[in-house]
Design a protein around this ligand. Structure first.
Ligand code: NAG
Ligand code: NAG
Ligand code: NAG
Ligand code: NAG
Ligand code: NAG
Length: 353
C-alpha cells in the first residue's frame, strides 16, 4: 500500500543534486606530510594555461545561486552565475529569453519577471582560453499548488459494511510537477498511507490516488481525508504548499453482535442484562420457551434456562441463544459480604500504617 520511499529519495537527490559541471575537477592531491607538516587546508591547483601543466578542469570554478531554481509558475526568477576567481574570458547563459549578453565578468545574472514555461533548460558557461568552455546546469522546478483536493469512494456511496473492502480516492487537481507530490490518506489523525505519482510530466495534471480500506466496527464515525503536499526541497519555499481535502464521516454498518457471554451467570436478586449492539441499532425480542419475555430485573431461580434473542439488524435476522444460570445465595447478602470484606482489608491497612 505504501509507495516505496527509496526511488523517491533517489529522485529528489537527483533533482536537487544534479548540478553538474561538464569538466570535473581532479581529486585534490593528498598533502605530503613531509612537505606540508602543519597544513590541513585543501591543496588547490593553480590554473596556468601558458605552461599547460595544470589541467583545464581546475579552471571550471562556476557556481550558481540558487543551485536549483524552484519557482512558482508566474513568479519572477533570478539565477546568479559566478566564478570564484577573476578570468578575462566571457561568461554566458544558455537560457530562455531574455538571455543576457555574454561578457567578461565575475558574475552574470539571468532573470525573468514571470516564469511562464513549465520546462526550461538553464545552463551557465564560461569560455576558457583555448580549451573550450566549462559549464554548469541549473535544475529547474516550476511548480503550481493543486487547485483542489477531494476525497471520495470508488463506486460506492453511503455507509460501509464491516469487513468489506472499499477504495478511497484522493483527486488532486492541476498540480505541478506531480512527480514531487506526496498524497497522505488519514483516518482521524492517523496517517494510513503516503503515495506518490510516477508521472514525470512537468505541466499541471489532475492525478487520482487510491487506497483500499477494510473498515472495522470501531471505524464507525471516524473521519477520512487526504492531503497533498509538494515536496520542493531545500531550495523551495519555507512552507511547502499543502492542500487538504474535505473530511467525511464514515458510517460502518455492523452487527448485530451479542454483548454478553452465551453462558451467562447472574446472582439471585440481580437483573439479567444482555445487550445486542450494531449499527444501525438492531431490534431485539427475547424469547423463552417460545414465549416473548422481558429480561428479569430481579432474577430468581425460576429465571434460569435458555433464552433466545431474535434480532433484526442491517444484515437481516439473526438469533442468539443465551443460557442463563442463576447463582443461589442472596445477591444482597453477597454484596453485603463484600462490604464486610473490604472493611476488613481497610482495617488491616490502617493497622499497617
Ligand atoms: C552574484 O554573485 C556574486 C558572487 O557571489 C556576488 O558578488 C554578486 O553580488 C551577486 N550579484 C547579484 C546581483 O546578486
Ligand atoms: C473541490 O472539489 C469538491 C469535489 O469535487 C467540491 O465539492 C468543492 O467545491 C471543490 N472546491 C473548490 C474550492 O473548488
Ligand atoms: C507507475 O508505476 C507503476 C508500477 O510501479 C506502473 O505500472 C505504471 O505504468 C507507472 N506509470 C507511469 C506513468 O510511469
Ligand atoms: C461529522 O462528525 C463530526 C464529529 O464527529 C460532527 O461534528 C460533524 O457534524 C459530522 N459531519 C457530518 C456531515 O455529519
Ligand atoms: C429466530 O427465532 C424465531 C423464533 O423462534 C424463528 O421464528 C426464526 O425462524 C428464527 N430465525 C432464524 C434466522 O433462525
Amino acid at each position: 500500500m505504501f509507495a516505496p520511499q527509496r526511488p523517491i529519495t533517489l529522485l529528489l537527490f537527483h533533482l536537487f543534486n544534479s548540478v553538474t559541471t561538464s569538466i570535473h575537477r581532479p581529486p585534490a592531491p593528498s598533502p605530503d606530510p613531509s612537505r606540508l607538516p602543519s597544513s590541513t587546508s585543501p591543496v588547490t591547483t593553480p590554473f596556468t594555461s601558458s605552461t599547460g601543466e595544470s589541467s583545464p578542469e581546475a579552471a571550471c570554478t562556476l557556481t550558481t545561486s540558487p543551485s536549483t531554481l524552484v519557482v512558482r509558475f508566474g513568479d519572477p526568477a533570478t539565477v546568479n552565475c559566478s566564478r570564484s576567481k577573476m578570468e578575462f574570458t566571457p561568461l554566458g547563459w544558455n537560457a530562455p529569453t531574455p538571455v543576457p549578453e555574454p561578457m567578461v565578468a565575475q558574475y552574470l545574472v539571468w532573470s525573468v519577471d514571470r516564469m511562464t514555461e513549465w520546462s526550461i533548460q538553464l545552463m551557465c558557461y564560461a569560455l576558457i582560453d583555448q580549451e573550450g568552455q566549462c559549464q554548469i546546469n541549473v535544475p529547474v522546478v516550476v511548480y503550481k499548488p493543486p487547485d483542489n483536493v477531494s476525497i471520495s469512494f470508488v463506486n460506492h456511496c453511503g455507509a460501509m459494511v464491516e469487513g468489506h473492502r472499499y477504495s478511497l480516492q484522493c483527486e488532486v487537481q492541476q498540480a505541478a510537477p506531480v512527480e514531487l507530490l506526496t498524497v497522505t490518506f488519514y483516518k482521524g489523525q492517523t496517517a494510513l498511507a503516503r503515495l506518490r505519482s510516477n508521472n514525470t510530466v512537468k505541466e499541471p495534471v489532475t492525478e487520482v490516488f487510491t487506497l483500499d480500506i477494510l473498515p472495522k466496527k470501531e471505524d464507525n464515525g471516524v473521519q477520512y481525508w487526504c492531503e497533498a503536499e509538494l515536496e520542493l526541497g531545500p531550495e523551495g519555499p519555507k512552507h511547502p504548499p499543502v492542500v487538504t481535502s474535505q473530511k467525511f464521516n464514515a458510517s460502518v454498518n455492523f452487527g448485530p453482535h451479542l454483548h454478553c457471554p452465551e453462558k451467562l451467570q447472574v446472582r439471585e436478586g440481580e437483573s439479567l442484562v444482555c445487550d445486542v449492539g450494531g449499527n444501525p441499532q438492531p431490534s431485539v425480542t427475547w424469547y423463552r420457551d417460545g414465549q416473548a419475555v422481558g429480561l428479569p430485573t430481579y432474577s430468581s431461580r425460576k429465571h434460569a434456562g435458555k433464552y433466545t434473542a431474535q434480532t433484526r439488524g442491517h444484515l437481516g435476522e439473526k438469533n442468539f441463544t443465551v443460557e442463563v444460570e442463576v447463582l443461589v445465595g442472596s445477591g444482597t447478602a453477597n454484596s453485603c459480604n463484600r462490604y464486610i470484606l473490604s472493611a476488613v482489608v481497610l482495617i488491616q491497612m490502617i493497622y499497617r500504617l
